[in-house]
Ligand binder design. Structure first.
Ligand code: AMP
Ligand code: ZN
Length: 478
């Protein structure tokens, strides 16, 4: 969060000041999170961001807030760096399918992956293509207020004009003069008054498949405007939380603030939350850097960087061991350690149900519970909460071996609150045994194929490979 921790303590109780809620009612929270661009399979880095926001969503709900969680699907408007080509259209050409087929395919896949991680669905999941009218209306208002101009069928945000009234780059704390001097020449720069002006609407060439009619001719929206239009439509003029990965802070979120200020004169969100990056060998995991690790490869053990398969809950536990604001490096060793740790915590469920109460009591459960709440109130500090679960593991072991006692009142509380933190807030309660079985079956089929290949029985091994490809499982002999 860009605000201080002191501000975050607001979430300690339900007495959040009424007037700061502009959404549905006094006890509600409006949260907007930038969703995926659905032109490719989401990687584990993307998942880390959505897992972090799931924890925040679950915790606020647990505290009794009525949370409206809006997470969009970017299905148009993300241009590739050096051309005017939309990433989705580009993918459609590669896969020889319609752009909307690309969108549907990767949206479905995104949902099933998040489901494996046991994430709750957002309250609203709006798509950019479903909100073209809202985006056009917002652009019209920005032009009307003098912060954008039309040139050759495209509309650009006028940063010089904006900066006369407001600060551009307030979130990333950038100095506008520096931004102006970054003279990266992008395509379309010649249409702009200043190379750093960003597109609100782009004129579409005839060959462009994804285009819509607008007051400026056929075109498509720029990337930043979709989140502003959909955020305000569903959460009002000012909402509580706006989030996304830290890579979106600049320019995406600073551009969103500029757009909202141009229309409403204010920053759209009370709090900006940015999750830090998942890295591989110290480098940001990114589709463009070609170092993506895909969830399914981890679940079925097919990624070469990892010696075995890891379950979705192990991955989630691994991610919770770091605070969302810190970077986190994924490696085989780190996952092996997380798996070991998670096994211990998972066993608590069974152990707590098996221990028996006594007349005497050495464990004040409510003290432990209050500590757990404190960790979450401290900027949703999941690693500290995990540390509290390890502490609990030690105490429960002592009770199990009769070195400590717990009375019935405390045992009832323990059962109740373990469920609250483990199931309800961390959402670690998804049973992956079905998944584990599937992995074992897959290993069996791959072993059989290898045996056939070793015997040079290529008809059989190719048949198995082709059938697996039909099921979406790529077999590599490397
Ligand atoms: P994209 O589909 O690229 O727009 O990304 C979807 C979400 O994932 C955004 O909120 C990004 O900031 C976030 N994201 C992208 N890469 C990473 C990463 N390596 N670690 C954590 N979050 C990421
Ligand atoms: Zn966004």
């Amino acid at each position: 969060m860009s605000s201080s921790n002191k501000d975050l303590k607001i979430y300690n109780s339900l007495t959040y000041q009424k007037e700061t809620f502009s959404t549905v009612n006094n006890n509600s929270v409006g949260m907007y999170v930038c969703g995926p661009t659905v032109y490719n399979t989401v990687h584990l880095g993307n998942c880390r961001t959505f897992i972090s926001f799931d924890l925040i969503y679950r915790y606020l709900k647990h505290l009794g807030y009525k949370v409206r969680y809006v997470r969009n699907i970017t299905d148009v408007g993300h241009l590739t760096d050096d051309t005017d080509e939309d990433k989705i259209s580009k993918r459609a050409k590669i896969e020889k399918i319609e752009p909307m087929e690309v969108v549907q395919k990767y949206t479905n896949e995104f949902h099933s992956i998040l489901d494996l991680f046991n994430l709750l669905n957002p309250s609203i999941e709006p798509t950019a293509t479903g909100h073209i009218i809202e985006q056009i209306e917002m652009i019209e208002k920005i032009i009307e207020n003098g912060f954008a101009y039309v040139n050759n069928g495209s509309v650009y945000f006028d940063l010089i004009n904006f900066s006369k009234k407001y600060k551009y780059g307030e979130l990333s704390n950038r100095c506008f003069d520096e931004i102006l001097n970054e003279s990266r020449s992008l395509k379309g720069s010649d249409e702009k008054r200043n190379p750093q002006d960003f597109a609100l609407w782009k004129k579409a060439e005839d060959k462009h498949i994804m285009k819509w009619r607008s007051p400026w001719g056929y075109g498509f929206p720029g990337w930043h405007i979709e989140c502003s239009a959909m955020g305000h439509k569903y959460l009002g003029r000012k909402f509580d939380i706006h989030g996304g990965g830290i890579d979106l802070k600049f320019p995406h979120h600073d551009c969103e603030i500029a757009q909202s200020r141009s229309v409403y004169g204010e920053n759209p969100a009370n709090f900006w939350i940015h999750t830090n990056m998942l890295t591989l060998n110290g480098k940001k995991m990114s589709k463009s850097l070609d170092n993506s690790v895909f969830p399914i490869e981890i679940f079925d053990g097919s990624n070469q960087n990892f010696t075995k398969a890891f379950s979705p809950m192990t991955l989630k536990f691994f991610m919770f061991q770091a605070h969302y604001r810190n970077t986190l490096d994924i490696s085989n060793d780190a996952l092996l350690a997380a798996e070991k740790g998670f096994k211990k915590i998972k066993s608590l469920k069974k152990d707590i149900n098996e221990i028996t109460s006594n007349k005497t009591n050495d464990f004040n459960v409510m003290e432990w519970v209050n500590d757990c709440y404190q960790t979450l109130n401290d900027d949703f500090n999941s690693p500290k909460l995990i540390a509290k679960l390890f502490e609990l593991h030690k105490v429960v072991s002592e009770i199990k071996s009769s070195r400590k006692n717990i009375n019935s009142k405390n045992l009832i509380l323990l059962k109740k609150y373990f469920k609250v933190f483990y199931d309800e807030i961390l959402g670690l309660n998804k049973n992956s045994s079905k998944n584990d079985n599937q992995n074992e079956l897959l290993k069996l089929v791959l072993d059989l194929r290898k045996k056939e290949r070793d015997k040079k029985n290529f008809d059989a091994s190719d048949y198995i490979r082709d059938r697996l490809i039909e099921l979406g499982i790529n077999v590599s002999d490397k």
